[in-house]
Write a protein that binds this ligand. Structure first.
Ligand SMILES: C[S@@+](CC[C@H](N)C(=O)[O-])C[C@H]1O[C@@H](n2cnc3c(N)ncnc32)[C@H](O)[C@@H]1O
Length: 469
């Protein structure tokens, strides 16, 4: 359930707006897309963190709006059979995961349910006519992340690094994160220890003083190569050579140490200046048969195992025979484009970030792929321009950010009349909105495959096949 949609639904109902601090018993019948339990009291919708569908809970109202409010879980009166003990000791404070208290099989079922509900409520799609498959999950849904970004701070004991306590900028020290690859945890711990030993101070956000702001680690699951990025407030790192030497000794698979300088008073992690301190500018990783060069700043999917599942599904839905021209809109560093290029005559990728397109071109060369071309620009401007030049496509793949596709792009897709559209989405509500637009323009939603890219969080990714009628 989405907050805005619940607002509309309740417009005509007779409801009693609850009072702040009121104690209520609530039956939870849904899960919001942020992973909050949802229930109603006297027609008024409450969102309750940690409550699960099927549970009856006692809660205290903490915040009220006209049509919905929030409450704090006090006691579970009736437990869901799917409730489990979260294995992570810092789950309650962290906020990085939202669903560790729900059994994994049920997480997958809830994610499918969320997709179904958005498709009908927002997209007006008749689920009798569309195959919505069960969510494709992981057999081992832990330790899946290949990238860690950890803020560094200090307490009485010295350097700490971990995560911000929910809703604050207080750093909580962390030894391990159960969704990170073990290598990332080890690197973070060791880097903190070495920095402490060398007397390097952590950055203090309040005073805008100190040096080490963040440590970022990237790990290639396939190649086992490691990159460490030290984000500092100044260019100079005391005992830099010793720091590098100790990191190299600790991690034989370390390929790259990068320093990024961020002098600004900002929450943004990276600054503008990036320099190789030791080793290579890139590490490499592989998904399927395609090799990728990953730099400190380049975007790369964080769950490589499920990325393969997602891209294989996109490729299957594209149904390429080898003679097709394919457009890959919002192509990032060309990951999907290069997958598709293996089976198509030609792929044209478009992406708004110039550095990502430079990476896409480099990755094409790295894999000796010559039938993929990339352009920088907004998909909603570049693709209409291509159309005006007489370019058409047999298949169009879109993988937009959470806000979904621009209407100008959807309109162009309709006019271009490709045989198929493959829509990869990280937000079921904007996906549903855009499917409705494409259906009104002559396409039919045929299959929907939810994929769990981020186990234990509330996010769900989908691949959708649309066929031109
Ligand atoms: C969800 S990511 C997909 C990236 C890629 N397909 C992948 O799987 O790695 C969305 C991408 O769209 C890009 N983007 C955002 N707005 C855009 C626009 N208007 N036109 C083209 N690309 C855009 C972002 O920079 C980002 O790389």
């Amino acid at each position: 359930m989405k907050l805005e949609s619940s607002e509309n639904e309740m417009a005509e109902e007779q409801i009693r707006i609850l009072e702040k601090n009121e104690y209520v018993d609530v039956y939870i019948d849904d899960l919001s897309h942020e992973g909050l339990g949802v229930g109603k009291v006297d027609g008024y919708t409450l969102f309750i963190k940690d409550a699960l569908p099927g549970e009856k809970v006692k809660a205290k109202v903490t915040k009220t709006k006209k049509r919905f409010g929030f409450a704090r879980l006090l006691e579970i009166i009736e437990h869901s059979p799917h409730r489990v003990e979260p294995p992570c000791p810092i789950y309650a404070q962290c906020g990085g995961c939202q669903l560790q208290h729900l059994g994994y099989e049920e997480q997958l079922r809830q994610k499918e349910q969320q997709v179904r509900s958005q498709l009908t409520k927002i997209g007006g799609i008749d689920l009798e006519q569309v195959k919505v498959h069960p969510t494709l999950g992981m057999s081992e849904p832990w330790r899946y992340r290949n990238k860690a970004q950890v803020p560094i701070g200090e307490n009485e004991g010295g350097l700490i690094g971990g995560f911000y306590r929910q809703g604050t900028h207080d750093i909580i020290d962390m030894q391990e994160c159960l969704i990170q690859h073990e290598a990332n945890d080890e690197v973070i711990q060791k880097t903190k220890d070495i920095a402490q030993e060398l007397g390097i101070r952590a950055y203090d956000e309040q005073k805008h003083s100190g040096l080490l702001r963040h440590v970022v680690v990237k790990y290639g699951f396939y190649t086992q190569e490691l990159m460490i990025v030290l984000i500092t407030k100044e260019e100079t790192i005391p005992h830099k050579e010793m720091f590098i030497e100790k990191l190299r000794e600790s991690f034989p698979n370390l390929k790259s140490i990068i320093r990024n300088v961020n002098k600004a008073k900002t929450n943004v992690i990276f600054g503008e200046q990036t320099k190789v301190l030791w080793g290579e500018e890139y590490i490499y990783d592989q998904i399927g048969d395609i090799r990728f060069a990953i730099s400190a700043r380049s975007f790369y999917q964080v769950n490589p195992q499920q990325t393969k599942v997602l891209y294989d599904k996109a490729l299957e839905y594209a149904q390429l025979q080898g003679h097709e021209t394919v457009i890959d809109a919002y192509c990032g560093i060309g990951t999907i484009s290069l997958f598709l290029a293996q089976k198509a005559k030609k792929v044209l990728g478009v992406e708004v970030v110039p550095e990502a397109i430079a990476d896409a071109k480099r990755n094409a060369r790295l894999n000796h792929i010559e039938n993929a071309e990339f352009a920088v620009g907004e998909a909603e401007k570049v693709i209409p321009w291509w159309k005006a030049q007489g370019i058409t496509a047999d298949v169009i793949v879109v993988d937009p950010p959470r806000k979904g596709c621009d209407e100008a792009l959807l309109e162009t897709i309709i006019q271009m009349k490709p045989e198929r559209v493959v829509y990869v989405s990280c937000n079921p509500s904007t996906l549903a909105r855009d499917l409705k637009f494409l259906e009104d323009g002559g396409f039919k939603t045929v299959e929907v495959q939810p994929v769990d890219m981020f186990p234990h969080t509330s996010h769900v990714e989908c691949v959708v096949l649309l066929q031109r009628q």
